[in-house]
Design a protein around this ligand. Structure first.
Ligand code: ADP
Length: 484
């Protein structure tokens, strides 16, 4: 079986979040079980080529974009994992400082940019002679592909039996655009209906994927149920309910070649669940990194992630004063909405002995936090899967999470489960429940034997990609059967 994964990010070439990790690790895991999986993403200015050479793949392509025609070319390179990465190049669209937009907002021509990306993929396949059984699309930026396979390209031989799979990594982002952008998509007005891609008077690109894709998936079983409800569906719950037979939840794995304290070269010392001494060295190193050299006995709480509503930043800011009154140290690494960056800066300024903040994207520091913290905090409003809590389990950093989406599926509450659990969970999205979960974690942390058992149970959990890759193969088979 040949699968092309279409994504706007792929580690290590281009990454702003978990999607990049998935787009790198899934094809690698698929290849291990005999599926020929490649990945295609845009060739951004900020692409980190890692020194790999680029070469052109197939002929140059021309893509109609409204009244104009844009030309493009697809380049290829090999990731060191053996996965082929294809890069769709058009400098007008992708030779920019950022992938999606600046701090002040999305690029205004994002509909055009990603419609180009989708069309260029189909043009390239049709003209280059490469053939794929499955086009696996991810997020709204690639959601036009299933629509194109069944409309603009329905007579194209290359796609006659191609199955499409659409994976939703975060339904809060849907690609909403005004109707003036419709010509760039190349789709006709007959699709601009509530059953098609219309969404309250605007174009909704994600809907194109939800309507036209053969199979739908999301990144955890709990989230696949949540998005069929009003609270989590962001207006798309109706269409997801209508397609529930075709909607599956497959948990993301973690690439343990990258994230494993036994082998991690980015942390101060290596350790495992049999020998935790290295974690103490990592803790000291982390504290020094955040400006607290010397002996610190208080539990260290870590947070890594986008500083946004989704990640529960409003709650974190609300409990900041309470947290600063506890005997803890909080280290925060992230970037995001300006109001949250400022609020966290303010908190750190007011409580320099309790809170330390690093604004930015820093993979090395993310590893150090995973290894050096005692507790990992993730109070997300919603969380499709979440990778950082899965990593934190492996690093023996006990997660305190909201009981939602992938957090619900990966963390077992230590006060509730007879097995003794791997972390602490809270249900309601409010200050009281969050502070009580943190308090429960701190109480457990004070009892060293119990804490060590929680830490070690978490470290033994296995969320590797192997099992998930097999589930994806079953989805691909299902999509192919639907096309037959
Ligand atoms: P998201 O919703 O952002 O995709 P995930 O938990 O699924 O959240 O994945 C986030 C990924 O990005 C993890 O690999 C995490 O370590 C990484 N990450 C997030 N923010 C930062 C940051 N500021 N610096 C370094 N890595 C980060």
């Amino acid at each position: 079986m040949r699968v092309l994964i279409a994504s706007t990010e792929m580690a290590p070439f281009a990454k702003t979040g978990g999607l990049a990790d998935v787009a790198a690790a899934l094809p690698k895991a698929l290849r291990r079980i005999g599926v020929e999986a490649d990945c295609i993403l845009p060739l951004y200015r900020g692409l980190d080529r890692q020194g790999f050479p680029l070469s052109q793949s197939g002929p140059a392509i021309r893509v109609p974009m409204g009244h104009r025609e844009e030309s493009g070319v697809v380049m290829e390179t090999d990731a060191d994992t053996g996965v082929k990465a294809f890069l769709a190049r058009n400098d007008r669209y992708f030779d920019r400082e950022f992938f999606y937009g600046t701090k002040d907002g999305d690029y205004v021509d994002n509909c055009e940019r990603f419609a180009f990306f989708c069309k260029s993929i189909l043009e390239w396949i049709a003209r280059s002679g490469r053939r794929y059984d499955i086009l696996h699309c991810n997020e709204w930026q690639t959601a036009l592909i299933p629509a194109y396979v069944k409309t603009l390209y329905s007579n194209e031989e290359a796609f006659r039996s191609t199955g499409t799979v659409m994976t939703l990594h975060n339904i809060g982002y849907q690609g909403l655009f005004w109707t003036h952008d419709l010509p760039f998509t190349g789709l006709g007005w007959e699709l601009f209906t509530p059953q098609g891609i219309e969404f309250f008077g605007r174009i909704n690109l994600l809907k194109a994927g939800l309507v036209f894709s053969d199979v739908l998936s999301t990144v955890s079983p709990t989230y696949s149920r949540e998005i069929q409800t009003k609270e989590y569906g962001y207006g798309l719950e109706g269409i997801l309910q209508a397609r529930q037979e075709d909607l599956f939840g497959i948990l993301n794995g973690v690439d343990y070649d990258e994230w494993n304290p036994k082998t991690d070269r980015l942390i101060a010392a290596r350790y495992s669940n049999h020998s935790l001494a290295g974690k103490t060295a990592c803790r000291a190193d982390l504290l020094a990194e955040f400006g607290w050299a010397g002996t610190v006995s208080e539990p260290v709480i870590g947070f890594i992630g986008r500083l946004t509503d989704q990640k529960g930043l409003d709650l974190l800011v609300q409990i900041g004063g309470w947290l600063a009154n506890q005997s803890v140290r909080l280290v925060v690494l992230g970037t995001g909405e300006r109001k949250y960056e400022e609020a966290m800066e303010d908190l750190a300024r007011r409580h320099p002995n309790r809170v330390s903040l690093r604004l930015g994207f820093d993979n090395r520091l993310a590893h150090k936090i995973q290894a050096g913290a005692d507790i990992f905090l993730m109070p997300s409003r919603y969380e499709p899967c979440g990778l950082t809590q899965i990593c934190s389990l492996k690093y023996g950093t006990v997660p305190v999470v909201r009981n939602t989406g992938g957090l619900a599926d990966t963390v077992v509450d230590a006060d509730e489960d007879p097995s003794g659990g791997t972390g602490f969970k809270f249900n309601g999205y409010n200050e009281g429940e969050l502070t009580s979960a943190i308090s429960r974690a701190l109480a457990a942390c004070a009892v060293s034997r119990r804490w060590k058992a929680i830490v070690q149970r978490g470290m033994k959990m296995n969320f590797s990609w192997e099992a998930s890759a097999r589930e994806y193969v079953a989805l691909y088979d299902r999509a192919l059967n639907k096309r037959r």
